[in-house]
Design a protein around this ligand. Sequence first.
Ligand code: SF4
Length: 186
Amino acid sequence: MKIRLASPILQSDSIVDGEGIRAVLWTQGCLHNCPGCHNPQTHSMDDGFLLDIDEVKEQIDALEGQDGITFSGGDPLYQVEACLELAKYIKAKKMNVWCYTGFTYESLLALSKNNPKITEFLQTIDVLVDGPFILEKKSLDCIFRGSTNQRIIDSQKSIKNNKVCLVEKYYIDTKKKNNKKERLYV
Ligand code: SF4
């Protein structure tokens, strides 16, 4: 099986693409076209590097000192079959998996009716950061996400409970606005 990547080499030692020290798999291909996207070079579905996933597995085997691996891009969900196989491989090596996607969790569930691999992927990974980047909702108070509409979701728990379950530890109540608590990531 092949996977199209924006970079043929896993990026190691990221501290901004999820919790801990992480390797990042930059997938190629995204059709969301979010205004203000930081990675427009990853949008084309034809560019980048086509790798056999066994080559990616070899890179995963060679990683040292990484807490987990993050799928980013691009949007990894356009290549869910290859990402699922890699996610299973990573989990078997006792590393956690985060995934960034421009799809909302709800839209992925709708798409999964025609593609059960999406549900299987959501049952396998640990954290899904969902939704498009919305420039008007960009916030520097967020970590691990670019705009406040995006959610850090406990993926396995959400599938099990049939509802979106946020990773609560990333939330604190930081200020009150109009007598409503505004929740921001820290
Ligand atoms: S989903 Fe991500 S990669 Fe795709 S256009 Fe939006 S911000 Fe860019």
